[in-house]
Write a protein that binds this ligand. Structure first.
Ligand code: OOG
Ligand code: NI
Length: 477
C-alpha cells in the first residue's frame, strides 16, 4: 500500500467506488451503454454552456455527471434480504414500494423498492441508487401451484451472493467503514455478483417461464442475477433523445413521465434504447450445449425534476389521466404536445408558485438582505404574521427545489414493457398475493422509507434552520 492510500474506506466511499466499478463492468458487457454515457456527458456540457449556473439548480454538474441508477431483479425474500445487506454496506437504504403486478401497459410479476442514500449530504457525495425488483411466484394470476413450487425450489437452490461478501457487508454496516483490504475484497465480490454469468441457460425452463413473463424468465430462468440496466442522468433529455437517434441508436418511441414544457421540471423523465441481443450459452433438453442469444438488457437515461408533495402527486396523477383521456378522445397533436397543453393549463409555471401552493418540496435559506439584518417593514410584518406564504411574498427566504430521488411506477412499467418482445400471459381472475410496504419492511428487517416523508423531513429541517438563523419562530405552512 502506498502512503497516499487511506487505511479505511467509509460506506460513502464504498458506494462511490462501487458505482464506478459497476459502470466499468457494464460498459464492457453492453458497449452501447458507453455511447450513452458519452452522449450524456456531451449533453450536460451543452446545457451548462447554455444555461450557466441555472443548469445546476437541480444538482451540481459533478453530482449529475457521476450519477447513475441501476436496476436488478431477484427471486425471493431471502435474496432480497441479502441485497439489503450488500447495499446497506454502501449506505443505501430501501425507499419506496412499487407494485408492478397490475401496471399498465403490461403487468410484471414483481414488487420493487429502491436502495438509495437518504441524507442530503450522502446524496450530494454520491447519489447511486438501485431499483430492485423481486419476483412473486405466489401470485396465482401469473403462476400456477405447480410452477410456483418448481420456481421456489430452483430459487432456493441458488446463491447470488457468496458468504464472504455478506460477512464483509455486515462488518461495513456495523463499523460504517472497512479496512482497505476488506474494502477491495467487498467491492470485487459485489461487482462480480452483478456480472452476466457465462453459466448455460436451461432452454426448456427459461422458455416455460418466458411464456408467462420475460421478466420471470430473466429472474428465475438463470442461476445468478445481473445488472439489467445502468442509467446516467442528463440535464436535457430531449437533446439526449435526438442525439442518440442521430447516432443511429434506436430509442423507444417516447420519453416517459412529464412532458417537455417551459415551467419547472417535475419528478422524473426517462427514456431507453431497446434491449440488445447478447450471446448466451444454452443447455438443450438433450443435455447438449448450444449458442443462442437473449434480449434482456438495455440502456436507459433520465432527467430529474422537483419532488412533489402528496398534494402535488395527486395533481400529477390526475393530469396523467387527463392526458390519457384527451389522447383517447383523439385530441389533435402528438402525445407530448397534448401533455404539454395539459401542463400549461394546470401546473404552476414557477417554483415559487409550486411552493406557495404546497405542491412541491423546497429547502429554505434566509435571503441575503434579511441575513444582513436589513429587513424592511414588509419583512418585519411578515415575521410577525408568521405564515410561510407571507415569508415567501416578503422575500424573507430563498427557496431551492428538492430533487426527486425516487422512481415512477408507471414509467417503470413502461420501461419494462417497452423492452419485452412478448406480452406473456396473466389470468386476472386468479387471486394475487398481497404485498405492500409493510411486507417489504419485514422481508428486509428494516423500515422501508416513504419517499414523501424523507423529503418532508428535509424541507422542514431547513425551514427550522432558517427561522433559527433569523431568530424568529418557524412559520406555519
Ligand atoms: C426495472 C424497471 C424500472 C426505472 O428506471 O423506472 C426502472 C427493471 O427493468 O428491472 O429501472
Ligand atoms: Ni431504470
Amino acid at each position: 500500500m502506498t502512503a497516499t492510500h487511506r487505511s479505511t474506506l467509509s460506506t460513502t466511499e464504498l458506494r462511490a467506488a462501487f458505482a464506478r466499478r459497476l459502470s466499468a463492468l457494464y460498459g464492457t458487457e453492453v458497449p452501447a451503454y458507453t455511447t450513452l454515457v458519452d452522449v450524456s456527458t456531451e449533453v450536460n456540457e451543452r446545457v451548462l454552456r447554455r444555461k450557466g449556473a441555472e443548469a445546476e439548480r437541480l444538482g451540481t454538474i459533478e453530482r449529475v455527471t457521476a450519477e447513475r441508477h441501476g436496476a436488478i431483479r431477484v427471486g425471493s425474500p431471502a435474496e432480497m434480504a441479502q441485497v439489503a445487506r450488500v447495499f446497506g454496506a454502501l449506505g443505501m437504504h430501501p425507499c419506496g414500494f412499487y407494485d408492478l403486478r397490475d401496471a399498465a401497459p403490461q403487468p410484471v410479476p414483481v414488487v420493487s423498492t429502491a436502495f438509495r442514500p437518504l441524507d442530503r449530504s450522502e446524496l450530494a457525495a454520491n447519489p447511486f441508487r438501485v431499483f430492485t425488483s423481486m419476483l412473486v411466484p405466489e401470485d396465482r394470476r401469473f403462476f400456477g401451484a405447480d410452477l410456483e413450487s418448481r420456481l421456489r425450489r430452483s430459487l432456493a437452490a441458488r446463491r447470488l451472493f457468496p458468504d464472504e461478501l455478506l460477512v464483509l457487508a455486515d462488518r461495513a454496516i456495523e463499523y460504517g467503514e472497512l479496512g482497505a483490504e476488506d474494502a477491495e475484497r467487498l467491492l470485487g465480490l459485489a461487482t462480480a455478483a452483478f456480472a452476466l454469468s457465462p453459466e448455460p441457460v436451461d432452454r426448456a425452463w427459461y422458455g416455460e417461464l418466458e411464456r408467462i413473463s420475460a421478466v420471470a424468465a430473466d429472474i428465475g430462468g438463470v442461476t445468478s442475477t445481473h445488472v439489467n440496466h445502468l442509467t446516467p442522468r442528463v440535464l436535457d433529455i430531449d437533446d439526449l433523445y435526438a442525439s442518440m437517434q442521430e447516432r443511429g441508436i434506436e430509442m423507444i418511441d417516447r420519453i416517459q413521465g412529464p412532458p417537455r414544457w417551459e415551467g419547472p421540471d417535475l419528478l422524473l423523465r426517462q427514456t431507453s434504447f431497446r434491449a440488445l441481443s447478447e450471446p448466451r450459452t444454452f443447455r438443450e433438453p438433450d443435455g447438449t450445449l448450444s449458442q443462442g442469444a437473449l434480449r434482456v438488457r438495455f440502456g436507459e437515461v433520465e432527467a430529474r425534476g422537483i419532488a412533489l408533495t402528496a398534494e402535488g402527486r395527486t395533481l400529477y396523477d390526475r393530469l396523467v389521466n387527463e392526458v390519457d383521456r384527451r389522447q383517447a378522445a383523439g385530441s389533435a397533436g402528438a402525445g407530448e404536445d397534448v401533455a404539454a397543453v395539459v401542463w400549461r393549463e394546470n401546473v404552476p409555471a414557477s417554483e415559487l408558485e409550486l411552493c406557495r401552493q404546497g405542491l412541491a418540496f423546497f429547502t429554505y435559506t434566509p435571503s441575503a438582505a434579511v441575513a444582513d439584518r436589513t429587513a424592511g417593514d414588509r419583512q418585519r410584518s411578515a415575521i410577525d404574521e408568521g405564515s410561510l406564504a407571507g415569508w415567501l411574498d416578503a422575500g424573507l427566504v430563498e427557496i431551492a427545489p428538492v430533487v426527486y430521488e425516487d422512481f415512477l411506477p408507471r414509467s417503470a412499467a413502461g420501461i419494462f414493457a417497452s423492452n419485452l418482445s412478448d406480452r406473456g400471459s396473466m389470468d386476472a381472475d386468479q387471486g394475487g398475493a398481497e404485498r405492500d410496504l409493510g411486507w417489504m419492511s419485514e422481508v428486509l428487517d428494516t423500515q422501508v422509507a416513504v419517499p414523501e416523508d424523507v423529503y418532508a423531513v428535509q424541507s422542514r429541517a431547513s425551514l427550522e434552520a432558517a427561522a433559527a438563523a433569523l431568530g424568529v419562530p418557524v412559520p406555519s405552512a
